[in-house]
Design a protein around this ligand. Sequence first.
Ligand SMILES: [Zn+2]
Ligand SMILES: [Zn+2]
Length: 461
Amino acid sequence: MKTVLLIDDEPVFREMLGELLEPHGWKLLEAGDGEEGLTMAARHKPDLVLCDLMMPRCNGFAVIRALRSDPALKQTRIIITTGSSYTTDRLHAFECGADEYLVKPVQLRDLLGAIERVTSGQLSPLSPAADGESVSAIQATLPPARVAQAAGADGNNFLRFWGVRGSIPTPGPATLFYGGNTSCVEVRADGEIIILDAGSGIRPLGLHLASEFKNTPLHLHLLISHTHWDHIQGFPFFLPAYNPVNRVNVHGYEGSRAGLESILSAQMESPYFPIGLKQMPGNIRIQEMKGFEFTIGKVGVRATFTNHPGICMGYRLNTSTGSIAFLPDNEPFQRLRSLPGHAEGDAEQSRAFARNQDQRLIDFVKDVDVLIIDAQYNDREYQKHVGWGHGCLDDVVALAVLAGVKRLFLFHHDPGHDDAEISRMVAWARQIVAEKKSPLRVEAAREGMEVFLKPERKTKG
Ligand SMILES: [Zn+2]
Ligand SMILES: [Zn+2]
């Protein structure tokens, strides 16, 4: 009997695929994440693997590479089934060794057509027994990192913007007010210093930390959303990473082509930079995360994939006095799928899929105190940048209102936007909020701006 292994973290999608394939004589195996998928593929040697890309524990790109490097799985055909319609993701998947690429929602006709193409009717029956394996718990605990002077011990948690721009730094008189450095936000909460992204803004942050703490040992945590250059380019200039009394823990996820450490090292190879990552004396520890929930001291961290080419994460930090969601690069699905040429498969199903994906993000940022999110384009500009992986102001405001966000900070400002344009976008956003009669507060993230997380006032019960 021909066997198919379905690797997808959404049980509903596995069930749907199973229902499509079972009547066509396929024996089904299922895995709920990439790691489990690899284990099951090695054990059962399926004829066909249907694999998602954005999954916990091991992303789909890495799964394909691992499957392709196993000579015992030479006959196994791989079809990617993913929500990502980005061309770069499609190309990467083929480079890794995928045989076909289908964008969700997957139609039976397309699926059977793809299977026909990749197997060319040359299947040899294999029939090992499939035993169900449960998805292991996704939980990790990172060692606490306390710094005596770091804010938070007294509940005085806050964040500070050091880089708010997307794509490339844009210094100059036209960006003086909001700032020209790329993505970097400092969070001081519950005794921890947590840094979100290492764009060029991490350089002034490093100088500030060095002058504030002098030679007091710092234990810093850096969370990387993804490794596009505007999110990591400042790291080679991060002063605390050169002080041997410090410890710098870098957390992030494996990329579509390579692991986190090799990508961070690559930008410091000798043709680009005089000092290698391994030569930085600040005790740098790079930790590639597998699960989507972990803690840094008393701060709870949750991660989620965002809609952006390659592997890109959003983070939510839950502190003792409030929560922060950081989604620096994201393109809302519904807008993308509603435009001509971007609906995949059946139009109604495509819209339903997009609604579902956006709902996942709404749930992720539900009732958050501070949302920092990609709002790179205004509505008119977005029409010319559909499928570039970035957000449109109107959609971001709608998402924040729906999710019951308290304060929205527009982020990842377009390098072409001067201060006046960003202020116009804020005014427009506030107009939308007023029309919706929502209590949401909107501002544009600005270098140097501090936002305090106030403890909830306790009411007597
Ligand atoms: Zn970016
Ligand atoms: Zn990016």
